[in-house]
Design a protein around this ligand. Sequence first.
Ligand code: PBG
Length: 332
Amino acid sequence: MHPIDRPRRLRSHPTLRNLVQETRFNTRSLVYPLFIREGTGIRQEIPSLPGQFHYSPDTVLEGVDAATQHGVFSFLLFGIPKHKDPEGSSAWAADGAVQTSIKIIKKRFPYVLLITDVCLCEYTSHGHCGALCQDSHGNVTVDNDATLPRIARTALSHAQAGADLVAPSDMMDGRIQAIRQLLDQERFENTPIMSYAVKYASAFYGPFRDAAGSAPGQGDRKGYQMDWHNRREALREARLDRQEGADILIVKPALAYLDVVSDLANQSDVPVAAYSVSGEYAMIKSAAKAGLIDEYNLIRETATCVYRAGADILISYYAPEIGEAIQKGELG
Ligand code: PBG
């Protein structure tokens, strides 16, 4: 017996495989996260994220420059302040690390796109993403509605500094509406909101919290970030954020949540981004260091899988490496 249909026929030649490959992408859909610490002259490798650096506003151009060499022109900026307090008031300081860096980067690279992470957890002394309060049972919890004006104010300070897009990652209910209203009121009606609409309470954020000094002192984020048992709820979060005016939706983390990326990509009427987070990067790095896996091939495979699931945009600490592989014609 001979099979009539043979899928192997289309796999018989490398150029034929390229011809029929179903997933294609390019460097223009990559976003590279950068960590900026308040201060000067800082260029320190981050222990929990080998290969990633803490910069200060005066050195961050180095990180931007390196990525642009590989065709990456979009950046996601995270700030690490000197001063933390219960309110997280450094988050909206006009001379904060993010606000200052935006001006410096824009002056040297006017064509790059700067997206800012809008959250309070790096700025609060307790490490939670919002203001704390006591609920009616006396339990300490994050006060949703008291947090909204602070989140909106932080987003506005980024827009005023020249951010192209703001990306709220706090997961408070109603924050997109609060940000949209304040931005519009202050004549930033054309600044898009890239919402972390679907953000799970994930252990994959561990290395980031070391890098950003943002681990909650007590408790966890399960009271505001999503439960990883839930898939349908992602559509609810996405719908609410769309109704409130979100322009781009982020799913986070990426690799363990590709079912959710796929659901959203199938239903969304706006672009969908997947954020391949710190733990995903750190796992590949450390397995490669231990000689257990081939880092280059795993970078190519995992990036492709995110696009195959339907993501339009990939946020990744490997963005420069992905860009380089695409430039070499070995990916995309
Ligand atoms: C801030 C924020 C976090 C990440 C992005 N924005 C951490 C968190 O929610 O604890 C995680 C990014 C990563 O792990 O790479 N709220």
